[in-house]
Design a protein around this ligand. Structure first.
Ligand SMILES: [Zn+2]
Length: 235
C-alpha cells in the first residue's frame, strides 16, 4: 500500500526518497510514481504518494514514444557474459544471498518501451501489453524495431507476448537469464516452445536480426528457443 506524504519546506524528491525510501537515487521512481514530468517543481503542502516496496517494483517508467531519428546509431549488441555485464551493469552485485534481486536493479536499469500496438499476453489473452519492460539502454531500439514491424506490415505475425524483463530468483545462479538483464523478448510462445522449430515468421526474424538481435530459433537441439530474441550474442 502506498502512503501519502505532504511536501515540507526544503524538501526535494531526492531528499524524500532518501528519508522515506532509504535511497536518494529513487527520486526518479518517486516522480514517475506520482506522474510528475521530469524537472517538475514540487511545492509545500502538495500531497504525493510514497510507493511501498512492492509498488515500487512494479512502477517502472514508461518511455515517452520517440520519433525515429534519421541515422540513429544503436548500441552494439555485446558478445559474451563479461561484455554483457560491462554494457548493461553487473547484476551479480544485486542478487542477494537468498537468490532474490535488490529492487534497485530494476529501479535503476529498467524502462518500459512503448509499443505502437498492444499484444495479448500469452498466459492470459484477455489482457494485453502496450509496453515492454526492458533495459533502458535498449528501450529506444525496441521502440524502433516495433515501428519497423508496423512499417513492414508484420504486425499480424505477432500473436502473443511472453515476457521481457523477468527476474526469477535462483539460488547460486552464476549466469542469470538474459531476461534478467532486460535484453530479451519472448514472442508467440504458445507455438514456439523450447526445443521445437516453431512457426516464427522469417520476415520477423530477419527484421530483429537486422537490428542486431540474436534469435533463439538458430540455436541447436534442446537449446533451440524460437520464441526468444536477445540483444547479445555468445551468451
Ligand atoms: Zn526468452
Amino acid at each position: 500500500m502506498a502512503k501519502t506524504y505532504i511536501i515540507q519546506k526544503g524538501d526535494t524528491l531526492a531528499r524524500i526518497a532518501r528519508a522515506r525510501l532509504g535511497d536518494a537515487t529513487l527520486a526518479e521512481t518517486l516522480a514517475d510514481y506520482n506522474g510528475l514530468p521530469d524537472g517538475q517543481q514540487i511545492f509545500v503542502g502538495q500531497q504525493i504518494l510514497l510507493p511501498s516496496n512492492k509498488d515500487r517494483h512494479a512502477a517502472v517508467k514508461t518511455r515517452a514514444k520517440t520519433q525515429p531519428r534519421a541515422g540513429a546509431v544503436w548500441l552494439t549488441a555485446p558478445h559474451g557474459f563479461q561484455a554483457v555485464r560491462d554494457t548493461f551493469g553487473d547484476i551479480l552485485r544485486y542478487i542477494r544471498d537468498d537468490g532474490s534481486i535488490d529492487p534497485k536493479w530494476e529501479a535503476e536499469r529498467m524502462l518500459k518501451a512503448a509499443l505502437p500496438f498492444s499484444i495479448p499476453l500469452a498466459w492470459d489473452t484477455s489482457k494485453s501489453v502496450s509496453s515492454i519492460r526492458c533495459h533502458k539502454l535498449i528501450a529506444p531500439l525496441i521502440e524502433e524495431v516495433f515501428r519497423q514491424i508496423v512499417a513492414q506490415g508484420l504486425q499480424s505475425t505477432i500473436k502473443t507476448y511472453g515476457g521481457g524483463y523477468v527476474f526469477r530468483p535462483k539460488r547460486g545462479a552464476v549466469k542469470p537469464s538474459t531476461h534478467s538483464w532486460g535484453i530479451a523478448i519472448d514472442l508467440n510462445p504458445n507455438t514456439n516452445a523450447m526445443g521445437t522449430t516453431g512457426d516464427m515468421d522469417p520476415r520477423l526474424v530477419a527484421l530483429f536480426e537486422g537490428f542486431g538481435f540474436v534469435w533463439g530459433g538458430r540455436w541447436a537441439g534442446r537449446n533451440k528457443d524460437p520464441m526468444h530474441f536477445q540483444y547479445c550474442s555468445g551468451y
